[in-house]
Each structure stands twice: as C-alpha cells, then as structure tokens.
Design a binder for this molecule. Structure first.
Ligand SMILES: [Fe+2]
Ligand SMILES: [Fe+2]
Length: 162
C-alpha cells in the first residue's frame, strides 16, 4: 500500500514537475491558506487527491492533476484582502487562470477546472466531470486542513495544561 501510494505520487510529480518548479508557484509557499497551511501545500493536496481519484475512475487524470494544482494560483493574502468573501470567490479563479496561462499552456479542460472550482459559491456550473471532482476535492481538503490545524492547537493546549 505504501509502495502503491509512492508510485501514484511519483506519477503525479512527473505530470506537474514543470509547474512546481516555476517561481510563481513556489511563491505560494509563502502565503497562508485556510488555517495553518501554505497555499502551495493546499494546491498540491487538491492536485494530488484529484489526480488519484481521476486515475482510479479512468477519467482525464493529467488535466485533473495540472488544473487542480493551479486552481488557487493567486498571490494576495486572503486575511488582508480589501474585499469580502463573495468578491474573493468570484475574483480569485479568474486571477488563477490568468496567472496559469502566463506560466504554461492551458487547455479547455484545465481552464474549466480552474475557473469553476468555486462552484456553489459561484453560480457558474462546471462543464466537465473532472471540474466537479476538483471542486469537491478542494472543499474536502479545505475542511480537512482546517480541522487538522484546530486539532493540533487543541493537542498543544492540553499538552501545556497537563
Ligand atoms: Fe480557490
Ligand atoms: Fe482551493
């Protein structure tokens, strides 16, 4: 099982290596996302788990991996932005798509994945099943990442008290 996971992650890395090496993407590691995690780590989580599920289902896993990795390629801190959550939900997918097009070729499926990943917060429906997949994985990752950080904080507090 461990070896199989390693095999999948190696394949994912091969598919997105050119993106990960780009300085604009590396810069995401300096930005926080949700609670207690960098935007780069969140993007890798979404890209990898979306790729893994798409591969298992026989869907277009290459575009799913690349679109998932690029879905939050924007460079303002959410905590210091000057506009509200609705504007953020509408704006950042467009920024991510513009930035993604500046660093690599983006096809119609990757464009849909990036632009529609905020589906439900935005009313534009995704066009492809892979876009629905990335949007769903994004929401699960956001919840898991926030819960993980909160549990770590609680554990640390209890360790101090006892
Ligand atoms: Fe996003
Ligand atoms: Fe996201």
């Amino acid at each position: 099982m461990v070896n199989e996971n390693k095999k999948y992650f190696a394949e994912f890395s091969d598919l997105v290596n050119d993106i990960i090496e780009n300085s604009k993407v590396k810069n995401l590691d300096n930005l926080s996302h949700h609670i207690g995690i960098s935007r780069l780590q969140h993007s890798i989580n979404v890209g990898y788990y979306s790729f893994f599920i798409a591969k298992k289902l026989g869907w277009r896993y290459k575009e799913t991996a690349r679109g998932g990795l690029l879905h939050d390629l924007f460079h303002y801190e959410c905590s210091v932005k000057k506009f509200g959550p609705f504007k953020h939900a509408a704006l950042h997918p467009k920024l991510a798509l513009r930035n993604a097009k500046r660093i690599c070729d983006i096809n119609y499926l990757e464009e849909d994945i990036i632009l529609k990943h905020m589906w439900l917060a935005n009313i534009k429906f995704p066009r492809y099943k892979e876009s629905y997949l990335v949007s769903t994985v994004d929401k699960f990752c956001a919840i898991y990442e926030a819960m993980f950080t909160i549990l770590q904080c609680i554990k640390t507090k209890f360790a101090i008290i006892h």
